[in-house]
Design a protein around this ligand. Structure first.
Ligand code: HEM
Length: 457
């Protein structure tokens, strides 16, 4: 049986089109070939890559067919950073076991206890000056959140050292040279401290030393904390076995890599849309102001319009254009086609979020769409099924608390970069508004408890 239709360009040209203009190329293919469509991208044997956005197909991929897939080598590019023991490097039962170990730490009680800390970080992580690059500010807040809420570090010498080294590492992996080295393992040559890969390895070693020292200290002190690292140290699998230090390190780096830029980018989009739509901003302010001077974090996070704003921001331009590609392991039938082992199926978040059947006038920013619920196969910014994002609850909680705290604390006006976008920019593995999106702080609104904020601007 034949594959869904798709462009006849050579695989190299299709790959370059995807790299150069991913959103434009996906839109063109969907208009020209419908749903699903097949691309050929460069890789081992250039397997067919089939993009799906219809909710029925997405549902089948996430649920009934999920055991017939493997991730293959799709995530291998992250290995130098996350290590072999990371959740994203596993498949099958080992993957499910690791998820069961990690999930409790990122959900429920433990997570909600972090609310006050996230609000505190939002109030006290101040921008430099009154003209603010939203993306930079959100990256700073999100890194502080990972360090304190996930790694459980207290401000001090190790905290500062780890923060500055992680910032250097994250900047480095966003550079074009490093991206190339990530994708082409033969370029990963350690020719000493002057070679780019040698510098990367050195930086990674310094970060590892700090992380291992923290884990050791925690164990020595009886591991009393309520942060995510403490919960992971305390976690046991069915056989009662804890994670060893290497696995803890690999999971921490995974949470940093997948949780930092993603959440910061989601927040940046939310600001971008709010300051392009004064009516939406006004309605959100009304909801937040009605809560009085000092609402608890859980109450804030339960506000329906705030929730809808965050969800709509993750719909129009999803941070990840696609869920992780699933490689077919056993022949399957889907959407009237037969797919053989080796074919790669991709649930396309970007196109699914733009289906006019589900979202009338899909390019318009309308949080009201999310005042009633959407199916998990029409709206899936965090992917779905057994490989869905394990940080979803934390990311949404953090987005709502940071947004609410900053909007309640500061009076902003849009300064630059709020014109309609032709296409989002790529930053690492995420899609973001251009860095030129800037806000000006023109005053303080409700003074918060933290004294630090009163000193500003
Ligand atoms: C707005 C923020 C975020 C977005 C949009 C996002 C999106 C995604 C998506 C689309 C996937 C792939 C899911 C699939 O293939 O079905 C994913 C996986 C993952 N995410 Fe997130 N993510 C966000 C924040 C976070 C945070 C805060 C963390 C952790 C602290 C995190 C950790 C992970 C991990 C570990 C996986 C791999 C799961 C697995 O393979 O089992 N993410 N994320």
């Amino acid at each position: 049986m034949s594959l869904p239709d798709g462009p006849k360009l050579p695989a190299l040209l299709q790959t370059l089109s995807l790299i150069a203009d991913p959103t434009g190329f996906l839109e063109t293919c969907s208009q020209r070939y419908g749903d699903p469509f097949t691309l050929r991208v460069l890789g081992v044997n250039s397997p067919p890559v089939i993009f799906f956005s219809h909710p029925d197909a997405v549902q089948a991929i996430f649920t009934t067919l999920s055991s017939r897939f493997e991730l293959g080598k799709v995530t291998h590019i992250f290995r130098p950073l996350t290590g072999d023991r990371s959740l994203i490097m596993q498949d099958g039962s080992r993957h499910q076991k690791q998820r069961q170990l990690l999930m409790p730490a990122l959900h429920g009680e433990g997570l909600y206890r972090c609310g006050s800390l996230i609000s505190h970080i939002s109030r006290t992580t101040q921008p430099h000056g009154s003209l603010v690059s939203v993306q930079d500010w959100m990256l700073e807040i999100s890194l502080e959140t990972i360090l304190r809420v996930v790694f459980g570090l207290q401000p001090g010498a190790r905290y500062q050292e780890l923060k500055s080294r992680l910032q250097r590492l994250l900047e480095r992996i966003n550079s074009p040279l490093y991206s190339l080295q990530f994708f082409l393992p033969p370029l990963q040559q350690n020719w000493g401290a002057w070679s780019p890969w040698g510098q990367f390895l050195q930086l990674r070693q310094q970060i590892d030393d700090l992380l291992y020292a923290e884990i050791r200290e925690r164990r020595d002190q009886g591991n009393q904390g309520t942060d995510i690292l403490s919960l992971l140290i305390a976690a046991r699998d069915e056989a009662g076995t804890p994670m060893d230090d290497t696995e803890l390190r690999d999971q921490l780096m995974t949470l940093l890599l997948l949780g930092h830029e993603t959440t910061a980018s989601g927040l940046t989009w939310a600001f971008y849309w709010l300051y392009r739509h004064p009516d939406v901003l006004e309605r959100l302010h009304q909801e937040l102001d009605a809560l009085g001077p000092d609402p608890d974090p859980l109450t804030l996070a339960q506000q329906p319009y705030l929730t809808a704003v965050c969800k709509e921001a993750l719909r129009v331009y999803p941070i990840a254009l696609i869920a992780q590609p699933r490689r077919v392991r056993e022949p399957i039938e889907l959407a009237g086609y037969q797919f053989e082992p080796g074919a790669v199926l991709v649930p396309c978040v970007y196109l699914a979020h733009r289906r006019p059947e589900t979202y009338p006038e899909p390019l318009q920013f309308r949080p009201e769409r999310f005042l009633s619920s959407k199916s998990a196969y029409e709206y899936f910014p965090f992917g779905g099924g057994n490989r869905s994002c394990i940080g979803m609850a934390l990311a949404l909680f953090e987005m709502k608390l940071v947004l609410a705290t900053l909007l309640r604390t500061y009076e902003f006006e849009p300064a630059a970069g709020f014109q309609p976008l032709r296409r989002p920019a790529r930053r690492g593995i995420t899609f973001v508004p251009p860095r030129s999106v800037q806000l000006r702080i023109i005053g303080l609104r409700m003074a918060a408890n933290d004294e630090a904020v009163l000193a500003h601007p």
